[in-house]
Design a protein around this ligand. Structure first.
Ligand code: NAI
Length: 331
């Protein structure tokens, strides 16, 4: 029994090989992402394992189905890259890892916020050059600031709790309000009120057709001048060209992104010897008040262990004809 694993990195092999206790399951690793160029290499396999930038479009799923694939195991929470209707039509089961240390992502969002605010990335380089000047390193206290959180699911909730611990006023928008968070002091408001009131906005909702480019010219115009925006969710939530303009006009004082709308051409690779064609990411990286990390918010030991265990457990159950937990099954 075989599972073909796409977008494989050395750390994926480490954790999946360590946790592969399924009798007879062989994992065949491919470094390339899954897309139309490679789908037809899949052979004698029951499952494919995919990550955020693998492209599981209808034609790819059709090819996988024709090659006998019965399971698409996503080793991530988001599933906007999978045509679920196509999977259903071909009788392919799709599972995911709904939560893998939400704290890992929430803590990374906080790390980005603290770095941008207190400029520790600059201080680190500066003192190595024996430059002990403080000019240009001025930050602000987070204590007492208003933090706006869009999406208070597992990650958003963990983020809210950390921000409450910093002494921030936390306001939030979600299509479902979380009573426990309300009891902790989080105030739910309509989305535009959150955007208009917050000193810091952090995005923790999934990307859906409805909220594509949630952050655009219009919504940026509602925000306070000097707002700090953090996005560890999905790149498509922010219109990159609009935020570049907002950074140029100083409407946005700082931007931290762990995700980028064109990230599949860039992230998870060493492109240090390449010429990058994407002018928008180059423009973003040229701002001193923009911090880009390459989709690493999830990247902790705890999260990688959980991802491997949950994925393998689901594949094991599905191949035995058992039903995994409701939360992990998409189709
Ligand atoms: P979750 O499913 O627990 O929570 C998502 C929340 O967003 C839910 O409360 C839902 O009601 C709410 N929501 C849905 N549509 C909304 C909308 N239009 N406006 C406001 N709220 C909305 O998901 P979780 O685990 O908290 O993950 C959130 C997102 O974080 C994922 O969808 C994924 O895109 C991203 N993520 C990023 C990672 C990284 O390494 N950068 C790793 C894991 C997830």
């Amino acid at each position: 029994m075989k599972m073909v694993f796409f977008s494989a990195k050395p750390y994926d092999r480490l954790f999946f090989d360590k946790h592969n206790n399924i009798p007879g399951l062989e994992i065949e690793y491919y470094e390339t992402h899954l897309g139309p160029h490679i789908a037809n290499v899949v052979e004698d396999a029951v499952a494919v394992c995919a990550f955020v930038n693998d492209k599981l479009t209808a034609p790819v799923i059709e090819t996988l189905a024709a090659r006998g694939i019965k399971i698409i195991a996503l080793r991530c929470a988001g599933f906007n890259n999978v045509d679920l209707d196509a999977a259903k039509a071909h009788g392919i089961r799709v599972c995911r890892v709904p939560a893998y240390s939400p704290e890992a992502v929430a803590e990374h969002a906080v790390a980005m916020l603290l770095t941008l605010n207190r400029k520790t990335h600059k201080a680190y380089n500066r003192v190595r050059e024996q430059n002990f000047s403080l000019n240009g390193l001025l930050g602000f206290n987070l204590n007492g600031k208003t933090v706006g959180v869009i999406g208070t699911g597992k990650i958003g909730k963990a983020f809210c709790k950390i921000m409450l611990g910093f002494g921030c006023n936390v306001i939030a928008y979600d299509i479902y309000e979380d009573e426990a968070l309300k009891a902790d002091g989080v105030k739910y408001l309509p989305q535009n009120d959150v955007l208009a009131t917050a000193d810091i906005v952090s995005l923790h909702c999934p990307l859906t057709p409805e909220n594509h480019y949630l952050i655009n010219n219009k919504t940026l115009g509602l925000m306070k001048e000097g707002v700090v925006i953090i996005n560890t969710s999905r790149g498509g939530l922010i219109c990159t060209t609009d935020i570049i303009e907002a950074l140029k006009s100083r409407q946005v004082a700082a931007l931290g992104i762990d995700v980028y709308e064109q990230e599949e051409k860039l992230f998870f690779r060493d492109l240090s010897e390449n010429i990058i064609d994407d002018d928008n990411i180059q423009r973003l990286m040229s701002f001193p008040n923009v911090l880009v990390t390459a989709h690493q918010a999830f990247f902790t030991d705890e999260a990688l262990s959980q991802i491997a265990q949950v994925t393998l457990n689901s594949v094991g159950k599905l191949t035995e004809g058992l039903e995994p937990d409701e939360a992990v099954i998409l189709v």
